[in-house]
Write a protein that binds this ligand. Structure first.
Ligand code: FES
Ligand code: FES
Length: 157
């Protein structure tokens, strides 16, 4: 079946199996491997993207459900000017080890800071509770969120 979706600002069409996930369409049909496939069961958040502005696990969404809708992926965050502040903060805080969880976390943190520029520690933990990291122990990830919030707050001031 043909699925037409606006992905990172550009209308794209893919000819997918009716049971294909949005994650599979992004990675295998549209050449966007940033969203990771770690569990394919909605448990780890590595595949997080925005669908019409809402954070979803793209492994749990059918590609067909994205027809005529708008998807934004981690690939949309960096620009020609450089990395997104959340990406920079993850690098600076040392919040990346194997990196497999990182795109999903970057998307989730960006989503959180867009809704709540100065989240409490408990809001951060709650918002990231669906993102599993096997490497870092989360301390550096929480450092990165604080750093990104401070930097983005400064640039808004
Ligand atoms: S791959 Fe989608 S939640 Fe783990
Ligand atoms: S850095 Fe390896 S899973 Fe998070």
């Amino acid at each position: 079946m043909l699925v037409k979706t606006k992905v990172n600002g550009e209308w794209r069409t893919a000819d997918v199996w009716p049971g294909a996930s949005l994650l599979y369409m992004l990675r295998e049909h549209l050449g966007l491997p940033g969203s990771k496939n770690a569990c394919e069961q909605g448990e780890c958040g590595s595949c997080s993207v925005w669908l019409d502005g809402e954070l979803v696990c793209s492994c749990l969404v059918l590609a067909a459900q994205a027809h005529e809708r708008e998807v934004r992926t981690v690939e949309a965050l960096a620009t020609a000017e450089g990395l997104h502040p959340v990406q920079e903060a993850f690098v600076e805080a040392g919040a990346v080890q194997c990196g497999f969880c990182t795109p999903g976390l970057i998307v989730a943190v960006t989503d959180l800071l867009a809704r709540d520029p100065h989240p409490s520690e408990s809001s951060v933990r709650e918002h990231l509770s669906g993102n599993v990291c096997r490497c870092t122990g989360y301390v550096k990830i929480l450092d990165a969120v604080r750093l990104a919030a401070d930097r983005m707050g400064e640039s808004r001031a």
